[in-house]
Design a protein around this ligand. Structure first.
Ligand code: AMP
Ligand code: ZN
Length: 466
C-alpha cells in the first residue's frame, strides 16, 4: 500500500502524494508562547515530527512551515500583568519551546515563523477579504461574514443550518452579527500592543495569522495542514474561510489532526494538577527518549493515556533495543550468512514500512521491530546468527531510528555522543596495541568521568553509560 493518511476533510484514509509529486508543502499550527509546552502539546508536535520523518523516508522533499503565535489574548494579558514588553515575554517561551524540541529530538521545520513579523501580510489578506465583500466592521474591529462563505463547516462536518444567520449572538466582548462570525482584526484597546492598518489601529485575530503565513510561504494550496484535534473547529474551519474566501482555491488538500493526550485517564488541568512538562519529567529522572517513545507508541488518531508507569516501560523497551544493537556490533559471530535470518530482516522491514504507510501506524511498526528483536536474539543465543547477517539487522535498526530516533544516544552538554565515545575507544585500543599504556589509561579515565564504563571482553571492548 502506498503512503496514506486520514484526511479530516473526507473522513477517509487517502493515498498521499504531494501536488507536484516531489515537495510536500506542509503547515503546522505552532505553539502559543506564553508558557512551557505541556506533554499534550508535545504529543501533537511529536506527531508532526513523525509525519515529517516518514515523508522524508519515502523520498519526498519537505517544505514545512510552523508558526509561533506570539500575539494573542492570553499573551497580552499575562505580559501586561507582569509589566513585561510582549516580545520579551514571548521570546523567552519561544526559546524554551525550541529547546524542548531539541531535547525531544523533534526535527526543525524548514521555516519557523513569528506572527508578529507577518502583520503586513495579514493586513493585506484582510483587505482582499474586504474587497470581496466578505467582511464587516463593528466598533473599529473587522469581522468575517460567514453567511457569505457557503462551504463553512466542511472540515469539522458541522451543520450550521440550525444557526440563524442574522441572529445577533453576543457571546464575545466584540459585537458580531452571527455566532459563526469571527474577528479578523481587533480594534486597539487601552495600553495593548497595536499596529496601524488602513482599517484602523489594532491587532490581528488568531485565525488570520495562520492563513497569512501559510499562504505566504507555501502558496494558495498546501499539501498538508496539521494541528491538534481541538483546532479543527473553529480555528481550521476559519482558516479555510479566510484563505478560500480570498483565493477561490482549495486551501489544503489534506487536513491531518492529532488526538489528545490525557493523563491517568483524565484531561490535563491545572485544578487536578496533572499537567506535566518535559522539563519536569527530565528532572524526575526520566529520559527524553522515554517520553518520545511513549508519545510515538500510540497511533496519532487514538487518545493517548499518559502515566508515569508508561515512561518506565518505554525506557525498558529502549534499553532492549540499545542492548540488541550493542550485541550485533560486538558479539563474536561465526562466518557465513544465514538466509533465514536475511528473510526475517526483509519481512520485518516490509512490515515496519507498511505499518507507517498505513496512516502512520506507529504501534504496528514497533510491534514488527520488537518481534524481530525477540526472534533474532534467540538465534544469536543459539549461534544461528552469522557474521554475514550483521549488516542487514543493523540496517533495519538504522531505518527504524530514522523515524523513531530513540536508539542512538546523543551528546549532551556534559556528556559524549556515541560517535565520540567510539572514536575514543578505538584510540585507546590502538594505544594499547602500540604499548602506550599511559595514554590508554588516560582515555579510560576520561570516559569514566563522562559516565562511560568500559568492559574489556574477549570479543572486544563494550561500553555502557553509568
Ligand atoms: P497551543 O500552544 O495551545 O496553541 O497548542 C499547541 C498544539 O498543541 C495545538 O496543535 C493543540 O491542538 C495541541 N494540544 C493542546 N492540548 C493537547 C493535548 N492534550 N493533547 C494533544 N495535543 C494538544
Ligand atoms: Zn493555526
Amino acid at each position: 500500500m502506498a503512503l496514506s493518511l486520514f484526511n479530516t476533510l473526507s473522513l477517509a484514509v487517502e493515498e498521499f502524494v504531494p501536488a507536484d509529486g516531489k515537495t510536500v508543502r506542509m503547515y503546522s499550527c505552532g505553539p502559543t508562547v506564553y508558557n512551557y509546552a505541556h506533554i499534550g502539546n508535545l504529543r501533537t508536535f511529536t506527531f508532526n515530527d513523525t509525519l515529517r520523518r516518514w515523508l522524508a523516508y519515502r523520498g519526498f522533499v519537505l517544505d514545512h512551515v510552523m508558526n509561533i503565535t506570539d500575539v494573542e489574548d492570553k499573551i497580552i494579558r499575562k505580559s501586561m500583568e507582569l509589566g513585561i514588553p510582549m516580545c520579551d515575554y514571548t521570546r523567552k517561551y519561544e526559546e524554551f519551546f525550541l529547546e524542548d524540541m531539541v531535547t525531544l529530538r523533534l526535527e526543525k521545520p524548514e521555516r519557523i515563523v513569528r506572527a508578529t513579523e507577518h502583520i503586513h501580510e495579514m493586513v493585506e489578506l484582510i483587505e482582499t477579504l474586504q474587497d470581496k465583500g466578505l467582511t464587516y466592521d463593528s466598533e473599529g474591529s473587522v469581522y468575517y461574514r460567514i453567511a457569505r462563505f457557503p462551504g463553512y463547516g466542511k472540515l469539522s462536518h458541522n451543520d450550521f443550518s440550525g444557526i440563524q444567520a442574522a441572529a445577533r449572538v453576543d457571546n464575545d466582548e466584540y459585537d458580531k452579527d452571527d455566532a459563526r462570525d469571527f474577528v479578523l482584526w481587533k480594534s486597539r484597546k487601552g495600553e495593548e500592543p497595536y499596529w496601524d492598518a488602513p482599517f484602523g489601529a489594532g491587532r490581528p485575530g488568531w485565525h488570520i495569522e495562520c492563513s497569512a503565513m501559510a499562504m505566504k510561504y507555501l502558496g494558495s494550496t498546501l499539501d498538508i495542514h496539521t494541528g491538534g484535534v481541538d483546532l479543527a473547529f473553529p480555528h481550521h474551519e476559519n482558516e479555510i474561510a479566510q484563505s478560500e474566501g480570498a483565493t477561490g482555491k482549495p486551501f489544503a488538500r489534506f487536513w491531518v489532526h492529532c488526538e489528545h493526550l490525557h493523563v491517568d485517564m483524565q484531561k490535563m488541568s491545572k485544578s487536578i494538577g496533572n499537567i506535566y512538562t518535559l522539563r519536569e519529567l527530565v528532572e524526575m529522572g526520566h529520559s527524553p527518549e522515554a517520553l518520545r517513545f511513549v508519545l510515538m507508541s500510540v497511533p496519532y488518531r487514538k487518545k493517548l493515556n499518559f502515566t508515569i508507569e508508561s515512561l518506565k516501560g518505554a525506557q525498558t523497551s529502549i534499553d532492549r533495543l540499545r542492548n540488541y544493537k550493542l550485541r550485533l556490533e560486538t558479539d563474536k559471530l561465526a562466518d557465513g550468512q544465514n538466509n533465514e535470518i536475511e528473510k526475517l530482516c526483509q519481512q520485518a522491514l516490509a512490515k515496519f514500512e507498511a505499518s507507517l504507510d498505513d496512516d502512520l501506524n506507529t504501534a504496528e511498526a514497533l510491534a514488527a521491530m520488537f518481534e524481530f528483536v525477540r526472534e533474532t536474539n534467540t538465534l544469536l543465543d543459539q549461534g544461528a546468527f552469522l557474521a554475514g547477517n550483521r549488516a542487514s539487522a543493523l540496517d533495519l535498526l538504522k531505518r527504524f531510528d530514522r523515524v523513531f530516533d530513540v536508539i542512538e544516544t546523543r551528546a549532551t552538554e556534559n556528556g559524549l555522543g556515541d560517535e565520540a565515545i567510539e572514536a575514543l575507544i578505538a584510540e585507546r585500543t590502538a594505544a594499547k596495541k602500540s604499548k602506550q599504556f599511559a595514554r590508554a589509561d588516560e582515555i579510560r579515565n576520561q570516559l569514566l568521568e563522562a559516565g562511560i564504563v568500559l568492559e574489556d571482553t574477549k570479543e572486544g571492548v563494550r561500553w555502557k553509560r553509568k
